[in-house]
Structures are given as structure tokens and as C-alpha cells.
Design a protein around this ligand. Structure first.
Ligand code: PLP
Length: 224
């Protein structure tokens, strides 16, 4: 079942779009099943859960932290995390830089941009993101690498609105690319699209989709 779900999604994806399997709340057995179907990139939204799964699962898995991250928890994932999707403050980025230095590595990050018409989601406004990129604090960081932007569309059945929100993220990415990262190939990722909206996201230029329930099945409400 899991293998078939992954295969079905893969067949729809253009070359170059990565599938992040969001395994939050799901047991390691299900992750192993996906792993044996060739899935090597997994995303979690809770630090403790990601650390526990990382400890028992194969070392060649790329672990992505996709949810809101508190500064005081960065140290637990700094040794191994492959990409932090939801950087939403300069303070958090400073902490990641510090922990990257302690672990003698450069930690890949995305800036989460607020694109939805909802007030429940985390993220930077385009102006705040630009201030971060222009700050002297950021310019002195040597242990973070900003690889692109991440966004979540409004949870609505109005596909026109969802498409417009994804389109705005792609436009901001293009503007930041030419203004701040023109010579830096690593600024190349747009993480957008979940089970309900990844097809629209891919049409609007996503390079990474974060899909949970369409692979592993629905999560119960209490588990979200
Ligand atoms: C849970 C989650 C997803 C996956 O959601 P599905 O609707 O199950 O595909 C994607 N991104 C983030 C940030 C999440 O927390």
C-alpha cells in the first residue's frame, strides 16, 4: 500500500521535484516500508520524534524538519538534520548557526514565508525575510546555508486562491534569487505542496513536495 502510494506520486512528478515523505505520528515500521520502496527522504515536525526515529532507522535517510522549530531544541537535531524547512526568525537562524559551528557543519535551511490568508500559520512576511537577508548578523553566519523558501497555502477548496499563493512564493523566490543569490547555485529550492495541493504546487514551480497522508494514510485528529 505504502509502496504503491509512493510509486503513484513519483510517476506524477516532473524530473527534479523531490518527494519528502512526511512520517510524523507514524511508526518506524511504516517508514521502513517506504524506505524499502526506495524512499530516502523523510520529514517530521517534532524534534523528539525525529531524533528517536533517526536513532533506529538506516543512516542514509535524509531527515527534514518541516514544522515550527523552537531555538532551544535545535541542538538535538544539529548533528544530523539535512534540511530545516521552517526558519521563521533571525533568532532561530542565529541559533542554528551556533549549533552548526559546534558540530562543525553547515546546516541547510529554508526561510518559511507566510503566504496564506489564515492567522494560524507561522512564517516571515516578504519584508521580514528581506530584512533577515540584509542583516549584518546573517552576513556573518558561516554555518547555515539558505537553500530557498518554504510556504503553506491556505487550507481551502478554492484552488484559484491556493494557486495564487503558490505563485506569489515562486515570484518572491525569483526576486530573492536575482537580488541576493544570483551567484549561489544552492539557492534553488521551493518547498510547497502537501497531499491536498501538491499538483497545483508543482505546476507553480515547487521543487520539493511534503506529502504525508497520501502516502501513509490519514492521521487521527489528536495526532496532528
Ligand atoms: C503534516 C505536514 C505536511 C503533510 O501534510 P499532508 O496533508 O498529510 O500531506 C506537510 N508540511 C508540513 C509542514 C506538515 O506539518
Amino acid at each position: 500500500m505504502i509502496a504503491a502510494n509512493i510509486e503513484k506520486i513519483r510517476q506524477e512528478l516532473p524530473a527534479g521535484v523531490k518527494l519528502i515523505a512526511i512520517s510524523k505520528t507514524k511508526p518506524v515500521e511504516m517508514i521502513q516500508e517506504a524506505y524499502h520502496a526506495g524512499q530516502k527522504i523523510f520529514g517530521e515536525n517534532k524534534v523528539q520524534e525525529m531524533v528517536a526515529k533517526h536513532e533506529v532507522l538506516p543512516p542514509d535517510i535524509e531527515w527534514h524538519l518541516v514544522g515550527h522549530l523552537q531555538s532551544n531544541k535545535v541542538k538535538y537535531i544539529a548533528p544530523f538534520v539535512h534540511l530545516i524547512h521552517a526558519v521563521d526568525s533571525i533568532k532561530l537562524l542565529e541559533t542554528i548557526d551556533k549549533e552548526g559551528a559546534k558540530n562543525n557543519r553547515v546546516i541547510n535551511c529554508l526561510l518559511q514565508i507566510f503566504i496564506a490568508q489564515e492567522d494560524t500559520k507561522f512564517g516571515l512576511s516578504p519584508e521580514e525575510a528581506e530584512q533577515l537577508l540584509q542583516s549584518t548578523s546573517y552576513q556573518h553566519m558561516r554555518h547555515v546555508r539558505i537553500c530557498g523558501l518554504m510556504g503553506m497555502a491556505t487550507n481551502t477548496s478554492d484552488n484559484t486562491q491556493v494557486r495564487a499563493e503558490f505563485h506569489s512564493l515562486k515570484q518572491l523566490f525569483s526576486r530573492f534569487k536575482s537580488s541576493y543569490f544570483a551567484a549561489q547555485d544552492h539557492f534553488s529550492e521551493i518547498s510547497m505542496g502537501m497531499s491536498s495541493d501538491y499538483k497545483i504546487a508543482v505546476e507553480e514551480g515547487s521543487t520539493m513536495i511534503r506529502v504525508g497522508s497520501s502516502i501513509f494514510g490519514e492521521r487521527s485528529y489528536a495526532e496532528q
